[in-house]
Write a protein that binds this ligand. Sequence first.
Ligand code: TYD
Length: 235
Amino acid sequence: MSSGTGLFVTFEGGEGAGKSTQIRRLAESLRANGYDVLLTREPGGSSGAEAVRHVLLSGAAEAFGTRMEAILFAAARNDHVEEVIRPALAAQTVVLCDRFMDSSRVYQGVTGNLEAEFIETLQRVAVNGIVPDCTLILDLPATAGLERARRRGATADLGPDRYEKEELQTHEKRREAFLDIAAREPERCHVIDAMQAEETIATAIFAVVEHHLLPRETPTTAAGDAENRAEAAHE
Ligand code: TYD
């Protein structure tokens, strides 16, 4: 993490991986440790992006093709970055985002069959320099994830969204694509086995994020003061 800014953490993975539960748990643990936390999600997270979210998830844009959908995801992302994420990071906040640029690489790029170069060009414009410091990829077999997503949908009385409806094979392909990104960018990406118990996953995620926060000053004043005094004594 660069000094003077917050920390940007993204959560990625297929359907039903438990991202929402884990992101909420991480937010609670970080707040309990004195950090300012902003919890946000994509598509959405800013008023402009939330307006585009419905168009994308209802399938209303599907008829216009994946290229159009990719551009809409990028437009939503840029609004979210400029209106919400960049200001929060500048205010030293830990930003936790449920899905971000890797979802576009996987859903629109790999399984949407768009050329990687097109996706990367869009991403550059969309993120405008704001790249996650740390990405947690929650990994599980597509069958298990879809089963969980279906149960969740049935409880909430919701049908599957535009992306949940796709074939099992497509979901498996996405899993592989997330793992490929993790293999290419091991410093940023951490793969977490999402078949483990909820508590075990939460502990693993907290350990990864805590490691990224280490160079940062301890947020609690008392501990921070003690540290500063110790440092001064060494000078
Ligand atoms: P959502 O219901 O928010 O959540 P979940 O992350 O639990 O699946 O659905 C978001 C859907 O949008 C999801 O199926 C992935 C898809 N998506 C993309 O295709 N591209 C993107 O860039 C993003 C952010 C999401």
